[in-house]
Design a protein around this ligand. Structure first.
Ligand SMILES: [Zn+2]
Length: 258
């Protein structure tokens, strides 16, 4: 299975629409737009089989009607709580979506960014949309602190070698924040030094691995001693939800200043 990322909503939300394809068949994750997807499918003689939705936000679903018009046989999958009239099959934690024989994606409920957010994963790919970003995580837009912190821990517990595909290109900003949180993290220093972003070029590689995120993403590290000490000083209590809440608030404050 090949996986590439098409840029979408460039300059505003800087999304990736991930396209998976094999043997003239294709699937897309979170099409917030449609034209670049249709162009890519035509160029490569691919027939769209399915659309995988992670949550209801417009920058993840607005391309669906035009894609359905161009490919009426494509099936639209989404979470059981996702309110979108295009969704034909509603998924829950533990469900599976078989794309082709030998490539099945598992469904993981990852609420927090929104209450309906789900992720799709197998050993070859994790599509975690706005739950977990490169060196960051999504904002709290409707979910609770408790569920978001637990979702991040669920994602952290997936196998480390899992290639990682999120829905936005926010790496630079996230790494700049992360280094403020953990200035002495040598993995993070290295990530910052070697950071090159080619967005909005088509992405032909994963954004990284979960291992790299576990080493450098503060939102997978907020309960480790170095970060925890900082968060306790900023008023957090010593529990997962409070530590996450304090780190998320710190990032929100940083975003407002930058
Ligand atoms: Zn979102």
């Amino acid at each position: 299975m090949k996986i590439i990322g098409l840029p979408a909503l460039v300059g505003t939300y800087d999304n990736y629409i991930w396209v998976l394809y094999q043997d003239a068949k294709a699937w897309v994750v979170d099409p917030g737009e449609s034209q670049q997807v249709i162009d890519f499918l035509k160029q490569h003689n691919l027939a769209l089989q399915g659309i995988l939705v992670t949550h209801h936000h417009f920058d993840h679903v607005d391309g669906i009607p035009a894609l359905k018009q161009a490919y009426p046989n494509a099936t639209v999958f989404g979470g059981k709580k996702t309110n979108n009239a295009c969704i034909q099959i509603h998924l829950s934690d533990g469900d599976e979506v078989e794309l082709v024989n030998g490539f099945t994606l598992n469904v993981l409920e990852t609420p927090g960014h929104t209450p309906d957010h789900i992720s799709y994963y197998n050993e070859h790919a994790l599509f975690c949309a706005d739950a977990l970003f490169t060196a960051g995580c999504g904002r709290l837009l409707g979910g609770t602190i408790e569920e978001f912190s637990q979702s991040l821990i669920k994602l952290r517990n997936l196998p480390e070698h899992t290639p990682f595909y999120c829905a936005h290109e926010y790496t630079k900003d996230n790494v700049n924040f992360a280094i403020q949180v953990e200035p002495n993290n040598s993995d993070l220093q290295q990530r910052l030094a070697s950071l090159t972003i080619h967005y909005p070029a088509i992405k032909t590689q994963p954004l990284g691995t979960l291992k790299q995120e576990k080493q450098t993403n503060p939102f997978l590290r907020f309960d480790l001693p170095d970060i925890k000490t900082q968060l306790l000083k900023r008023g957090a209590n010593d529990n997962i939800a409070s530590l996450f809440k304090t780190l998320r608030a710190w990032k929100d404050q940083y975003d407002q200043q930058s």
